[in-house]
Design a protein. Structure first.
Length: 560
């Protein structure tokens, strides 16, 4: 379709969450909009998040009150509008000092402090009171709780007994950010037939008002002529702009890495709490309950090349050491690691020495016609997962103004994907599932599993796959053949890693074995029409991605 109709109102380059969110917002306004990404949807910076939907309590210390206010509002909206994907998260801060850090904020305002001193109980209490204040109207999550040493150790027996207090406040958890991105994307496609998204399509060149693109799968090269180009390439924004003929310096990228551990003792120690605290070097770090696994993060290291970020041995040692700061009797070993990932935060350009003090705010940088191309180029700089809707709304409004169009609908009150029509009470949920169980003979327990992953979209899945929705993989008995077939057919999967690392959490949770990889590859081949040679190539590609990008040794997957 695009090959025959190259004229389009808006072209968005980059299908991370900011690009996808802007795509949805413009699609809902009736705009003809095209979204492309040189890789899969949500496979770059947006796939390397800390899985938190949060207001950014630590930004209060930097004086970024507007950012916190906006992020808290957006966090609450996601908890309300996407309850099957975003859950309340009790977040516990272990505290070892009483008055430390009292003068951090004034010194930062005066520009006399880059790296903070350790925050004590008084500072943390003030921060949590302010955080509650920003949450007071929506009342989406409970107020914070402060506990003394005795209460803290009773609740968390493995905690370091040197702790004097713990403070628990509430944010949100998104266990599968990539699935949220897919649901946002699919909403856009379903609402506007002139909203077109294509993964694995990259920009080759540009000239005046045209952009040349290449389809990585077919090898086909084609041209589009947008009225506005939106550069949502995240850490690659400056590189994309350079391809348009001019160097920009909009981004200061910092690397964040994480480990995923299969460690039952640590998982039991944290319960359903995220532990969010200050390491010895002042870096805020986390220990996160990722379903039945534990995720540890994150680093914050300035980088020049966003294509060359992987976890290092120094980071692994750093993560192991930080666990010992709060749980001194829990020991970690390399064989606890089931997955690692790294990404680059596309932060606004800054000369600050301490990466933790670089603003997490967002901004649309506009290059007017004649500066890069003969059309306006909007670069979506900064931002964070939690605030993607607000950032997308800002970018969409600016694009609508240039197009001479008006906003038809706000995204603020819209439910997303499988949250549309979702039952809100336990009784309504029971009735809803009972009705599905009567219509589709796949078992009540299995329906609950599918409902937790897909919300009301489970109806489409069951209708499409029928009895096959209850058929299980031989190598993973808690994964249904019908579920995977539905995802393959409906969610633009082109490669094995799309399915295993982003449409599902199988890879992130370390559940892939050689036999499992082979079984899933055969299923993909049957649905997507791969030849035996293509299937073998996809298994090899997946193995290489795990080895190079995630530092996991899976060479045995291809018999090597």
């Amino acid at each position: 379709m695009l090959r025959n109709n190259p004229d389009v109102s808006v072209l968005i380059i980059g299908a991370g969450i900011n690009g996808i969110g802007t795509f949805r917002d413009l699609a809902l306004q009736g705009v003809d909009v095209v979204l492309v990404d040189r890789g899969d949807y949500c496979s770059g910076a947006s796939a390397a998040s800390s899985h938190m939907v949060h207001g950014g309590i630590r930004y209060l210390e930097n004086g970024e009150f507007h950012l916190v206010r906006e992020a808290v509002r957006e966090r609450n909206l996601l908890l309300e509008k996407m309850p099957h994907m975003v859950k309340p998260l009790p977040t516990t801060f272990p505290i070892f000092k009483l008055f430390s850090g009292l003068f951090n904020a004034p010194l930062k305002f005066l520009g006399l402090l880059d790296k903070p001193a350790e925050r004590g109980a008084v500072v943390i209490k003030i921060g949590m009171l302010l955080y509650d204040y920003y949450t007071r109207k929506q009342k989406t999550v409970p107020k914070h709780v402060f506990r003394n040493r005795k209460e803290s150790l009773a609740l968390f027996p493995a905690l370091d007994p040197k702790v004097i207090y713990t403070g628990t406040y509430y944010d949100g958890a998104m266990h599968s950010p990539e699935r949220i991105a897919i649901e946002v994307l699919k909403d856009a496609q379903s609402e506007n037939e002139r909203a077109v998204s294509i993964n694995y399509v990259g920009m080759v060149s540009s000239h005046e008002t045209s952009v040349t693109l290449r389809d990585d799968v077919s090898g086909e090269i084609f041209e589009l002529r947008p009225k506005i180009l939106i550069n949502a390439a995240g850490p690659w924004i400056d590189l994309v702009n350079a391809r348009m003929g001019q160097r920009t310096a909009f981004i200061s990228g910092t690397k964040g890495s994480h480990l995923v551990l299969d460690h039952p003792k640590l998982r039991q120690a944290i319960g359903e709490n995220e532990f969010f605290f200050e390491n010895k070097d002042g870096r805020i770090v986390l220990i996160f309950p990722l379903l039945d696994k534990v995720m540890i993060g994150t680093s914050d290291i300035l980088v020049d090349d966003p294509d060359d970020v992987v976890i290092t041995e120094d980071e692994v040692r750093y993560f192991f050491d930080l666990v010992g700061r709060v749980f001194p009797h829990i020991h970690l070993q390399r064989d606890h690691i089931v997955y690692t990932f790294s990404g680059v935060r596309p932060l606004q350009h800054s000369e600050r020495r301490d990466t933790g003090q670089i603003s997490r705010n967002h901004k649309v940088q506009i290059c007017e016609p004649g500066e890069l191309l003969d059309i306006p180029v909007f670069s979506l700089v900064g931002g964070k997962w939690t605030s993607f809707r607000a950032f997308s709304e800002l970018a969409a409004d600016m694009a609508l103004e240039r197009l001479g169009a008006v906003r038809k609908i706000s995204t603020e009150d819209l439910e997303i994907g499988g949250s549309k029509g979702i039952p809100r009470t336990a009784a309504d949920k029971e009735t809803y599932l009972a009705g599905l169980a009567e219509a589709y003979p796949v078992g009540k327990e299995w329906l609950v599993r599918l409902f937790e992953r897909y919300g009301t979209k489970v109806e489409s899945l069951l209708e499409a796959e029928g009895k096959d929705a209850g058929q299980r993989l031989a190598t993973l008995p808690d994964v249904s053949v019908g579920e995977l077939r539905y995802v393959l057919a409906e969610e633009d999967v082109l490669h094995l890693d799309d399915l295993i690392l982003r449409r599902t959490m199988l890879g992130v949770l370390g559940r892939i074995t050689p036999d499992c990889l082979w079984e899933i590859a055969q299923l993909c081949a049957a649905v997507l029409g791969w030849s035996a040679q293509e299937t073998e190539g996809e298994m090899r590609r997946f193995t290489e991605i795990l080895h190079h990008n995630h530092k996991m040794d899976f060479n045995t997957y291809i018999g090597g």
